[in-house]
Design a protein around this ligand. Structure first.
Ligand code: UDP
Ligand code: MG
Length: 322
């Protein structure tokens, strides 16, 4: 097939050996008759199990399958980016390898795209097989994020989405390294619409997002799309200076009247309180600074160790230096 396929499905996979085969079967079954040319791009994000062997076998049997293997684990968002970089389809669907996002929803997304929407994102109306902590922290996080950013990032939506050709072109041009993909796709604009779906439990294996990665992901999201944490230092500064001014007035009056002496407990408490606030704010500055440093280094976002077509180079195409 020399013509461009109509749709590429991009699937990041990190230690998803038992999921690759079933995912492929379900995708092909759900899509084969619905579109004019399909491409399936698996990105192995440095798995330690036989994920790559599964992908390579599939690619050997079916020419529609393409696989990339990272030189090491570069993270979910880098894997998705790599998939979009090499995909040749007109539209691209991003979907997880664990089948939590059912491939059967994709035809509905394609339908909406054909109606003229450039981005069709999946909105989770129910989440199964996830802990109470994960569900509530996710719900809270998306609501806070929406409040503190100017970009309209929909709540309860993950990376499961379809992007049309214009959105794909725009997405490929985004140069940043700290990528919060669902936010970036919202930032792109164009007509966007939601498709509701039921988020299922993982088909096999465990979540590849432990608390540590989730926290980092959340901080990436906030720092990529909001300056509010930085501004909080200014606001707090004004509040503390204002109240200390009032405090000075109060102490002066009490001194003149000669009734009151403040002991060292009070002094100690205020020093510790201020010290704490200052350290937190330096930490916030540090988070932004570290990300700025990361951007300036301009290291590639990922490195490719192997590809099933043998054509993809180790170093990805340089993103435009806008
Ligand atoms: N993933 C990845 N690299 C990582 C972590 C996860 O490519 O470092 C993939 C993973 O294989 C899956 C998707 O990203 O296809 C989403 O991960 P997971 O299902 O573990 O996240 P959850 O659904 O629990 O939020
Ligand atoms: Mg999952």
């Amino acid at each position: 097939m020399t013509d461009r396929p109509e749709l590429s499905v991009v699937i990041p996979a990190f230690n998803e050996e038992p999921n690759i085969g079933p995912m492929y079967d379900r995708l092909v079954k759900a899509l084969e008759s619905k579109i004019d040319g399909l491409e399936i791009v698996f990105v192995d994000d440095g798995s330690k199990d036989a994920t790559w062997e599964c992908i390579a076998n599939l690619a050997g049997e079916d020419r529609r399958v393409k696989g990339l293997r990272f030189a090491r684990n570069f993270g979910h968002q880098a894997a998705v980016t790599a998939g979009v970089d090499v995909a040749s389809g007109k539209a691209i669907v991003l979907i997880d390898a664990d089948m939590q996002d059912p491939p059967e929803v994709i035809p509905e997304m394609i339908q909406r795209w054909r109606e003229g929407f450039e981005v069709v994102y999946g909105k989770r109306i129910a989440r199964e097989g996830e802990t109470f902590f994960k569900r509530t922290s996710a719900a809270l996080f998306y609501r806070i994020l929406r409040r503190i950013t100017d970009v309209d990032i929909p709540a309860d939506a993950g990376d499961f989405r379809l992007m049309g050709p214009r959105a794909v072109e725009a997405f490929r041009a985004l140069p940043e390294r700290n990528r919060f993909i669902r936010g970036l796709v919202s930032w792109i604009g164009f007509p966007q619409i939601a498709v509701s779906y039921h988020r299922e439990a993982r088909h096999a294996g465990e979540t590849k997002y432990p608390i540590r990665k989730m926290m980092r992901f959340a901080v990436d999201a906030v720092t990529s799309f909001s300056f509010l944490p930085l501004r909080m230092a200014t606001v707090l500064g004004f509040i503390v200076s204002g109240s200390s001014f009032l405090y000075i007035l109060l102490v002066s009056v009490l001194k003149v009247v000669g009734v009151m002496r403040f002991g060292h407990t009070w002094l100690m408490a205020s020093i510790l309180f201020l010290g704490g606030v200052q350290l937190v704010m330096i930490g916030v500055l540090g988070e932004y600074l570290a990300r700025v440093f990361d951007e300036v280094k301009r290291r590639p976002l990922y490195l490719v160790g192997e590809s099933t077509d043998g054509k993809t180079g180790v170093v990805p195409p340089q993103r435009p230096n806008l």
